[in-house]
Write a protein that binds this ligand. Structure first.
Ligand code: ATP
Ligand code: MG
Length: 401
C-alpha cells in the first residue's frame, strides 16, 4: 500500500531520510506517527529507524545530540526540526520483565519491526510513501483491532508495560483488543508489579484522559490489571463505579481532573498518600486534593467569593465539569461572576503587608498581626474592604480600638 501523499510532517523530515540513504543505509519512518498518518489523525514525533549504527548516523549529520546512544537513538537537528533516529534493533534478553538486558543493533528492518508491541505500531513508511506492513496491521487498522505483534504471551512476558500500553491504545484509538492479546494481558497482569510505577502512571494517565477512556478502563477492570497497580488491589467495584458515574460521551479534560475522578470513585478521603504511591509530583498531589475538595464542597453548597478565591476559577470549573459529566446541576456563570467580582486573586496583590502595619501603626509581630492580615484578606475578598492603603489602615485602626 502506498499513501497518496506524504503528510507535511514527513515531507519536512524527508531530507533526513535522504541523507541517510545517500550514505548507503536504509531509513524509514516508524512508530506512532505512521499509525496516526494512516488514521488521518494529527501526527506528533516523527520517529526514524535506520540500518546505520549510532556512530554512523552521527557522522552523516552536522548537528546531533546523544539522547540515548545505548538504545541506538541519536537526535538529529535538521531542516528546522528534531528527529529521533534509532538504529534497527532487537531486544533479546529480558532480565526483570522490564528492560532488555542488552539491545542488539541489527541491519534488518524486519527484526526491528518484530520487537514492536502492536501490529498498528509496527508499520514502516518509506520515502516513496510505501507502507511496509509485515504483520497485517493495515487489516487491524481497518477493523479497529489492537493485536500484539507475534505471540502475545511472549510479548507481555518480555515487557509487561505493553499491557498498560495496550489498554491505553484501546482508549485512545477506540480499538477492541483482539481475544488472544486480551487473554495474554490477563495472564501476565501480575508482572505489572515489576514495572516502574512512573511508567505505569504515564500509561494509566494517558488512558484516563483519552477520548474512549471508558473502554480502556472497562478493559483494565476485565483483565484484572488493577490488582497489580498501586493501591488498586481489590478495587474493581469502585473502579466500575467510575464507569457508571459519567455520561458515555464524557471526556476528561486534564490529568488532574482524571485523578480527581479516580479518587472520588475510590472514595478516598485524603488523596495525597494515594497519589504518593503513584509517585506523582507534590504540586500534582496538591491540585488533585484541591479539586476533590471543591467537588465535595459543591455537593453541600454553592460557590461563594471565598471558595473561588481559595481554589481559583480554573479548578472550580474543572470540578463543575465533573458534575456536568455526572448529570448534576451546574452553574458555570456563577463561577465566572464570582471570579470577576473578586478585588484580588492572590494574597500578594494586597497593597499592605505586615511590615507596613508595624511601621505605620506600631503593631508588634506575632499571632495577632497574622490574624489581622487574615481579616484584611477576607474582607477584601468579600468586597467589604477596598484594596487601598488608607482604607486598610482605617480598617485596622477600627479593630485595634
Ligand atoms: P504516542 O502517539 O502516544 O506517542 P506511540 O505509538 O508513538 O504513541 P511511543 O511510546 O512514542 O508510542 O513509541 C514509539 C513506538 O515504539 C511505538 O509505536 C512502538 O512501535 C514502539 N514501542 C514503544 N514502546 C514499546 C514497548 N514497550 N514495546 C514494544 N514496542 C514499543
Ligand atoms: Mg510516539
Amino acid at each position: 500500500m502506498r499513501l497518496k501523499e506524504l503528510p507535511s510532517e514527513f515531507q519536512e523530515a524527508l531530507p533526513v531520510l535522504e541523507k541517510i540513504k545517500a550514505a548507503g543505509f536504509e531509513a524509514y519512518f516508524v512508530g506512532g506517527s505512521v499509525r496516526d498518518a494512516l488514521l488521518k489523525r494529527p501526527i506528533h514525533d516523527v520517529d526514524i529507524a535506520t540500518s546505520s549504527y549510532p556512530q554512523e548516523t552521527k557522522a552523516i549529520f552536522e548537528r546531533t545530540v546523544d539522547i540515548g546512544i545505548e538504545h541506538g537513538t541519536v537526535l538529529v537537528l535538521e531542516n528546522g526540526g528534531e528527529y529521533e533516529v534509532t538504529t534497527f534493533r532487537t531486544e533479546d534478553v529480558y532480565v526483570d520483565y522490564r528492560r532488555p538486558k542488552s539491545v542488539s543493533f541489527v541491519r534488518s528492518l524486519e527484526e526491528d519491526l518484530k520487537r514492536r508491541d502492536f501490529t498498528v505500531n509496527a508499520f514502516a513508511l518509506a520515502e516513496d510513501a510505501q507502507v511496509i506492513d509485515l504483520f497485517d496491521g493495515l487489516a487491524d487498522l481497518e477493523n479497529q483491532v489492537l493485536r500484539a505483534v507475534g505471540k502475545a504471551e511472549e510479548r507481555f512476558s518480555e515487557d509487561a508495560l505493553r499491557i498498560m500500553r495496550g489498554l491505553r491504545f484501546s482508549a485512545s484509538l477506540d480499538f477492541a483488543i483482539e481475544d488472544q492479546t486480551f487473554a495474554a494481558m490477563k495472564t501476565y497482569a501480575p508482572l505489572l508489579e515489576k514495572i516502574s510505577v512512573e511508567r505505569s502512571f504515564i500509561e494509566f494517565d494517558k488512558l484516563l484522559t483519552a477520548p474512549h477512556w471508558q473502554q480502556g478502563l472497562a478493559a483494565l477492570i476485565d483483565a484484572g490489571v488493577y490488582d497489580y497497580l498501586p493501591d488498586l488491589r481489590n478495587k474493581s467495584q469502585q473502579l466500575a463505579s467510575m464507569l457508571e458515574d459519567y455520561a458515555d460521551d464524557f471526556v476528561i479534560a486534564t490529568s488532574e481532573q482524571a485523578w480527581s475522578a479516580l479518587c472520588l470513585a475510590l472514595k478516598i478521603r485524603d488523596c495525597k498518600p494515594f497519589l504518593k504511591k503513584w509517585k506523582t509530583p507534590s504540586h500534582f498531589q496538591k491540585t488533585v486534593t484541591d479539586l476533590v475538595a471543591i467537588y465535595r464542597h459543591r455537593l453541600q453548597a454553592s460557590h461563594n467569593k471565598q471558595t473561588i478565591y481559595r481554589y481559583g476559577k480554573e479548578l472550580a470549573e474543572l470540578a463543575e465539569n465533573l458534575r456536568q459529566g455526572q448529570g448534576l446541576a451546574v452553574d458555570f456563570d456563577l463561577i465566572s461572576q464570582l471570579d470577576a467580582s473578586l478585588l484580588i486573586h492572590d494574597k500578594k496583590e494586597i497593597v499592605v503587608n505586615g511590615c507596613l502595619l508595624m511601621k505605620d501603626l506600631g503593631l508588634k509581630p506575632g499571632p495577632t498581626l497574622g490574624q489581622l492580615l487574615n481579616q484584611i484578606e477576607a474582607a477584601i475578598v468579600e468586597g467589604d474592604l477596598a484594596n487601598q492603603q488608607e482604607a486598610i489602615l482605617d480598617f485596622v485602626r477600627d479593630r485595634s480600638k
